[in-house]
Design a protein around this ligand. Sequence first.
Ligand code: NAD
Ligand code: GLY
Length: 363
Amino acid sequence: MTPEVNRVHIDLADRSYDILIGAGLLDHAESWAGLPSATTALIVTNPTVAPLLAARLTAALKPRFAQVHIVELPDGEAHKDWPALNLIFDALLGAACDRQTILFALGGGVIGDMTGFAAACYMRGVPYVQVPTTLLAQVDSSVGGKTAINHPLGKNMIGVFNQPLRVVADLDTLDTLPQRELVAGLAEVIKYGPIADAAFLDWIDTNLAALLARDKPALAHAVRRCCEIKAWVVAQDERESNLRAILNFGHTFGHAIETGLGYGAWLHGEAVGCGMVMAADLSVRLGLIDAGYAQQLRRIIERAGLPVVGPPLGMARYLELMRLDKKAQAGQSRYVVIEAPGRAGLRNADDKVVAQVLEAHTR
Ligand code: NAD
Ligand code: GLY
């Protein structure tokens, strides 16, 4: 049976591409049609995802490629680093892969970010396809071409912009996702409401139970709407000179939590969930939104099962980590704030106000 495919187009001149969203796309020949001709494919994945999905992707790619190789990177945010990245180059060179080779990122955001980065570097650039298998990756990280690895001093600090050829988001791959990971992905889903679509936040409020129960039509709607919003933002500001920063709502606080605790202690989505509570409170303290809207957002985040209270890193450490954020200019942290329900912007904020926010939302 031919699966139902939702297509979202990312309009970026010669770097434009489609996001394909649907159940059963992995095994469907049409998902891979129209890719440039190449003899070799390299699937980049990890030991958790490989036993679940690598054989299916290999079988789907076999008719198009003379050789399909697989490399497994160690699983986890703690391995989003140079040694793991180098394993991709070892595999490419070990198999004498040429410049036409296409990389396939089969996994969550860690695999996607690392594969995109490796693709930009190998022989000064080979194409890659995103095959996201976590909710977070389907609604956010596989779309828009941000690639990176972490540095011990800061999250996602080493990387490049590199757009994929295509994104194939098979909703069925989410069936095996641990519940904690699904919940972490919901943080990025929730994010799109306050920054771009007030009605979408209300839809999430109403449909949260269905999303938590992995109801396919609910997931299909959420993934599609998130990708549409991300496509709209990225098409206007691919390299984040301004507007794209709104996609980092909650991330300045969240990245501080992730780096401060050590990568992997909290999941990225968990840190973003808590960071959004803090960023919404900052928006209230700056006089931009009513406390009631911040409370609605906090309630949804909490009902989703995400943390709403930050870990006790210490005030000075939080502020120091936030000054390292990529949005900072001349040592001054800048924050994504909600300007009105469904609209976000960037603001400077005095450390005193930020300290009040942290005081109110950390243990
Ligand atoms: P992840 O890649 O670590 O995946 C989460 C866990 O789920 C891993 O253990 C993984 O092996 C496992 N997994 C993946 N697919 C599975 C499946 N179908 N069934 C069972 N288990 C599965 O984490 P993530 O939440 O997907 O991504 C987080 C990363 O994404 C962070 O490094 C973050 O910085 C990055 N990110 C990047 C962007 C971007 O624009 N590039 C945006 C948001 C987040
Ligand atoms: N997730 C932030 C961005 O893609 O810009």
